[in-house]
Design a protein around this ligand. Structure first.
Ligand code: EPZ
Length: 432
């Protein structure tokens, strides 16, 4: 078990290269099953969820190799030997994104068995829209004792209207439809940039898809997919947004490299509105909060893309806890995404949760404390608070943070932060 030990108060300065996007890499790894060939995936982030997904692919009969090269980490996945339609239960529990495998395995092997990937700290995370879409394509799906069995001799393209623009459901249906007979049109599709990156990868595989990034995605089924595909994973816009927020909350100046400005517009708008200076330069996105008065945002709402991203809600609320005045932030995507606010209030923040809205009264300063990460983005938010707080902060349970940030302490140290990763002596057996 490890913690982050942070001595706050240093304005961050410097530039940081953003690693590959977890939420693009996970569906793309699932999609590699479709062509039963070799995929070379560059800029693959080194994260716990990615490692678990690679272990699942190996247990399904896939060959996996990783290597470091000038573009960072590359992963070679050879799915030609994948024959098992059973996703290992113990690994499904570790990474709920294994649900992305239903569509591709069903489309490739004609059947798939996988455990229901329960909820998580931020919400129930149902998958009804995934299953409804796959049934519309002709899959026979039974659910018994927590196990999903899906089968289809052949998937048939059709028109699917999503009740809600679910990112995962859009991706799962897209992948299943790649090898269906005929054309599939997904309406009210999610528009997140990670879906566009999945489409780019599938295009390279020879899939006939258009419309990713809009609310209508059209997939023309094909039996002919290329056996060798190379793709570079897009940069992680949420990690980029988190690093910009770190510069903002510490009153520093940071240059964030690699992320597309287009994918961050609502976050950039929000930080500018609060008083930060943001410039788009050749090198990347530059943010300065040096000697700037930072002020409230009267009302912010998290929405499906291109709205303000829910995955940046904890980080922006933490930043607003030190901005003058009252801000309110409404969370419309997940039902339990304010857990971190209790820990922030231990550090002197003044955040009250009314139903699904945080009412944030800006305070002069936060003070260091021992706090506990309870989920991925809430944990990252506590690190930001520690960077800005007076004195020492210990953030426990950083395993949550490591699911989505590659060596966060190293990234922050490169920007001058005073942060160490320490093992926690536990009663049982010393350092675990
Ligand atoms: C993806 O989750 C991301 N994860 C999440 O990132 C992100 O917060 C979310 O999209 C929204 O942008 C990955 O891509 C691996 P949804 P996903 O389906 O696909 C409800 C992070 O921090 N819903 O768009 O699960 C659901 O309950 C993570 O990196 C149904 O009701 O998101 C939620 O309220 C957290 N039925 C809403 O839709 C369904 O079948 C959005 O979920 C599916 C979803």
């Amino acid at each position: 078990m490890s913690d982050f030990l942070i001595c706050g108060g240093t304005p961050l300065e410097g530039s940081i290269q953003i690693h590959g996007a977890k939420n693009a890499a996970l569906p793309i790894l699932a999609a590699s099953v479709l062509h039963q060939g070799v995929s070379v995936l560059e800029n693959m982030p080194d994260l716990k969820d990615i490692e678990t997904m690679l272990r699942i692919l190996k247990e399904l009969g896939t060959e996996v190799k990783t290597e470091e090269n000038h573009k960072g980490r590359a992963v070679f996945v050879d799915t030609s030997g994948m024959t098992k339609p059973r996703v290992p239960s113990h690994l499904v529990k570790e990474v709920r994104s294994s649900i992305f495998l239903i569509g591709p395995i069903l489309a490739t092997l004609g059947q798939v068995d996988i455990e229901f990937p329960g909820g998580c700290e931020i919400g129930k995370r149902p998958i009804d829209l995934h299953l409804k879409g796959l049934r519309a394509l002709g899959a026979e799906i039974t659910e018994e004792d927590g196990l999903i069995h899906a089968a289809a001799k052949e998937l048939i393209g059709t028109e699917i209207l999503l009740d809600y623009p679910s990112v995962g459901a859009t991706e799962n249906i897209m992948m299943a439809a790649v090898k269906a007979k005929g054309t599939t049109v997904i309406r009210n599709a999610a528009r997140e940039p990670e879906i566009v990156d999945l489409e780019r990868y599938l295009h390279r595989m020879g899939a006939k898809i258009s419309g990713a990034g809009t609310d209508t995605v059209t997939i023309q089924g094909t039996a002919f997919l290329r056996k060798h595909v190379k793709h570079t994973i897009m940069a992680d816009r949420i990690v980029a947004g988190t690093m910009l927020a770190a510069g903002a909350i510490t009153g520093g100046e940071v240059m964030v490299k690699g992320a597309e400005e287009e994918t961050l517009l609502p976050v950039l708008k929000c930080l500018t509105q609060a008083g930060c200076q943001i410039k788009t330069e050749n090198e990347g996105l530059f943010l300065s909060a040096k000697n700037r008065i930072l002020r409230k945002i009267p009302h912010l709402v998290t929405l499906p893309y291109p709205g303000f991203p829910t995955d940046m809600q904890p980080q922006i609320c933490t930043f607003l806890s030190l901005c003058q005045g009252r801000s309110t932030v409404e969370e419309t995507i997940f039902e339990n995404r304010f857990e971190y606010s209790k820990e922030l209030n231990k550090m002197g923040a003044n955040i009250k949760i009314r139903e699904n809205t945080a009412v944030i009264e800006g305070v002069e300063a936060l003070r260091g404390a021992r706090v506990k990460a309870k989920d991925l983005r809430g944990g990252a938010a506590l690190v930001l608070a520690g960077l800005a707080a007076e004195g020492m902060t210990t953030v426990e349970e950083i395993k949550h943070i490591e699911r989505g940030y590659e060596r966060l302490e190293r990234m922050l140290k490169n920007l001058g932060a005073n942060i160490e990763r320490v093992g926690r002596i536990t009663e049982r057996s010393g350092n675990e």
